[in-house]
Design a binder for this molecule. Structure first.
Ligand code: WTA
Length: 652
């Protein structure tokens, strides 16, 4: 416990030049938001956004929880991210790209403008993509992925980026759900000096049920051979030069959808989280400025993939909206060795570095002293995201990477929140290691019980956001009821439903918020969110599986690992070796979802611990996976004896 009392104060020199310089300034902003919520947000919307037409209402709550922000306003997100910078930053690097093999490319704001306009014209004129049409991106980490996103934004098309690690089946489900008209992909890319492929996955996905897709645009990256379907497949590299580099940005309503991003919930299929234009881009930009405190001459690097929300908000939209230089990296930070990331920090003079705790733990393990070989003195702010960070990893990051001089911003947020919600401010917040600290100014995050009473200090409660905020999820694509039920069905404050994140958290006696992790059936593996229901549905496709329950098991590197309990259809079926069955099951998962959802442990058990009403008691399964003693009452189980039997299978 004493560890959590340790406090790290902001670097004084840094604080002097920071946008938010101390806790008094933080308190003032927070008080302002509490006293005049709409006035607070109107101030920033006026200051930060280049409106084509002013909005008429700040916040419309008439159809809660379908909140609407800055209604009546018109803007264009690609204009906000590119055009408005041309006067002052024409030749500034917008994107610095480094390929897996070390190839480099710098894209200035002017070049970005031309590339995005050509891309937008290609989509609009050649492919007939119109405002409101959905475009799915299945792309590697190359600048063209950013161009594609911004081109969609420019013409008002709604993009849905699908992470390149998802399988053909998972991609297909997302294409069909969004009824996408166009898919943008690449032949493939490079990882660890080897080519890998994406286009063949798209081909397989499109084999069934994707009649909505008219055209596939293929960017050549690794130049490997791919199958070509005439009339459907088009080469970006061949077409793009012929397109005009002038394309007027489509004036968009504040509340028009900007993009969909599918994410996992505790039940059912993935949810298409829908984000808006104005509210999203406003908060993306503000959090870039407040949380990373990026300055005009800085070089900022976020190691996420554009297939996740972190890549959307903090590689593409946030940095470009504020006119920053964002680094995009195709490879992995462990290749060719554990010094790759630190070498890049030195090479580009990275000032802000943002990554996941899993990456920090891996790099720490691979090369405790590796960072000493590089000059990391350019670093000012370090960030983490996606999962809780543990104190040892935090300390290594702080001391070895940050040289004891950089604040670590442990940013808590979600696909649904669009941008950071709880995070230290690098120039202001006294930091407790491995603690997300306080809500950002304007964000009413609270840890409460279901009825809205604040959780006692030190006790876990539900992490809720009790007032709508501009960058919040607007709905689940095609399923508004699920939106309402998933996020506004669990907790109330003053009798009014409030947004519940699915996470638990603890507030300490000083008001610091520590995230304890999901309290629903979502697991977090290496910062990737996965629904146990989805994994279970995939495993059930194996012909020998009768029942399955999947739980998360704490893992030193990945945060959580996936642990599956399997009941076979035929109890006598030993299925040869258990290892053989495990291999087959993981193949099914790889096909249905992707390699990221493979199980680390698969155990065949005689039955699952169920209540008399048939509900699987996952808590018991989690405890058994951890090797813990079962303390809870098992007498309510249909067959209490099953617990010991499962334990024998797991230990044996
Ligand atoms: C978890 C990623 C602890 C949390 C941006 C959340 C975190 C889920 C943190 C969202 C953090 C995110 N500390 N846990 N700093 N940040 N999480 O939608 O469980 O991929 O609900 O968005 O990641 O994952 P998502």
């Amino acid at each position: 416990m004493s560890e959590s009392k340790e406090i790290y104060f902001p670097n004084r020199e840094f604080a002097k030049q920071a946008r938010i310089k101390n806790m008094c300034e933080y308190d003032e902003l927070m008080s302002w938001a509490k006293e005049d919520y709409e006035g607070f947000w109107a101030h920033w919307a006026d200051e930060k956004i280049d409106w084509f037409e002013p909005y008429t209402k700040v916040l419309d709550e008439s159809d809660a929880p379908f909140y609407r922000w800055f209604t009546g306003g018109k803007l264009n997100v690609s204009y906000q991210c590119i055009d408005r910078h041309l006067e002052t930053r024409k030749n500034k690097a917008a994107i610095i790209f480094e390929g897996d093999r070390g190839d480099k490319q710098i894209v200035t704001y002017q070049q970005l403008h031309k590339n995005v306009n050509r891309f937008a014209n290609l989509l609009k004129n050649r492919f007939g993509v119109k405002k409101g049409d959905r475009v799915v991106l299945y792309m590697p980490m190359i600048p063209e992925a950013a161009y594609a996103m911004l081109a969609c934004a420019r013409i008002g098309a709604i993009h849905s980026v699908v992470f390149g690690g998802f399988s053909a089946e998972a991609l297909r489900d997302r294409i069909i759900d969004a009824e996408a008209k166009v898919v943008i992909t690449a032949d493939g890319a490079f990882r660890k000096d080897k080519p890998y492929m994406l286009k063949p996955v798209v081909d397989t996905a499109l084999e069934e049920g994707c009649d909505c897709v008219e055209k596939v645009l293929v960017v050549q990256r690794n130049n490997e051979d791919v199958v070509w379907i005439e009339g459907r497949d088009y080469s970006y590299n061949e077409l793009i030069e012929a397109e005009s580099d002038v394309c007027d940005p489509e004036p968009m309503d504040s509340e028009d959808p900007l993009f969909l991003l599918y994410t996992s919930g505790s039940t059912g299929k993935p949810k298409g989280v829908q984000h808006s234009q104005a509210g999203y881009i406003l908060w993306a930009q503000m959090t870039m400025e407040w949380v990373f405190d990026v300055k005009e001459n800085d070089t900022y690097w976020c190691t996420a993939d554009i297939g996740w929300i972190t890549g959307h908000t903090y590689i593409v939209y946030g940095p470009l909206a504020m006119g920053a230089t964002t680094v995009m990296f195709e490879g992995v930070p462990t290749y060719p060795d554990a010094g790759r990331a630190w070498k890049m920090v030195q090479e580009y003079g990275i000032n802000q570095f943002y990554t996941a705790p899993t990456a920090i733990r891996v790099l720490h393990k691979m090369g405790e002293n590796e960072p000493e070989k590089y000059d990391l003195s350019s670093l000012k702010v370090l960030g983490t995201v996606g999962e809780p960070i543990d104190p040892p990893a935090w300390k290594w990051y702080y001391e070895k990477i940050g040289g004891g001089r950089c604040a670590i911003v442990d940013t808590w947020w979600q696909t649904e929140t669009g941008g950071h919600m709880i995070s230290p401010l690098p120039g202001a917040t006294p930091i407790k290691p491995a603690c997300a600290t306080f809500p950002l100014p304007g964000i009413m995050a609270e840890v409460i019980e279901r009825d809205g009473t604040p959780a006692e200090p030190g006790e876990q409660g539900l992490l809720c956001i009790t007032k709508p905020w501009p960058s919040m999820i607007r709905t689940i694509w095609g399923d508004p009821e699920r939106f309402e039920k998933s996020y506004f069905g669990d907790a109330k404050k003053d009798g009014k439903p409030v947004y519940f994140s699915g996470d638990g958290a603890i507030v300490d006696e000083d008001g610091y918020i520590t995230i304890t992790g999901r309290v629903d059936d979502v697991i977090n593996v290496s910062g990737h969110r996965m629904g146990t229901a989805e994994i279970e549905a995939a495993i059930k496709k194996h012909p020998h599986v009768a029942e399955v329950a999947v739980v998360g098991k704490p893992d030193e590197i990945k945060g959580e690992s996936i642990f599956a309990y399997i009941v076979l259809k035929n109890a006598d079926d030993t299925f040869g070796e258990e290892a053989e069955l495990a291999k087959e099951i993981n193949q099914v998962i790889a096909k249905e979802i992707g390699n990221i959802a493979k199980c680390d442990t698969i155990k065949v058990v005689p039955g699952l611990p169920k209540t008399r009403s048939g509900k699987v008691m996952r808590r018991i399964l989690r405890a058994i996976a951890k090797g813990e003693e079962i303390k809870q009452d098992i007498s309510t189980l249909e067959d209490p004896g099953i617990v010991a039997k499962i334990q024998t299978c797991v230990i044996g």
